[in-house]
Design a protein around this ligand. Sequence first.
Ligand code: ZN
Length: 65
Amino acid sequence: MIYWGAKYLRCPICGGKATGKVGIDQFYCWDCCVEYRINKEGVQIYEVAEDGSLVAFDPQNEFLL
Ligand SMILES: [Zn+2]
């Protein structure tokens, strides 16, 4: 479920509020351990690798959004 507008701080994956802002349009979900970016094109989700790099998250390999 993707939330827009005033509720954009919620995680687009789990809908939880355990999120933190890490950039201008970047957020991190502590529950899912993913980083996501929200812009006018939609939501991009990244997994954070053990070395701290970001890996594009493919929801079709995990679960459907
Ligand atoms: Zn989440």
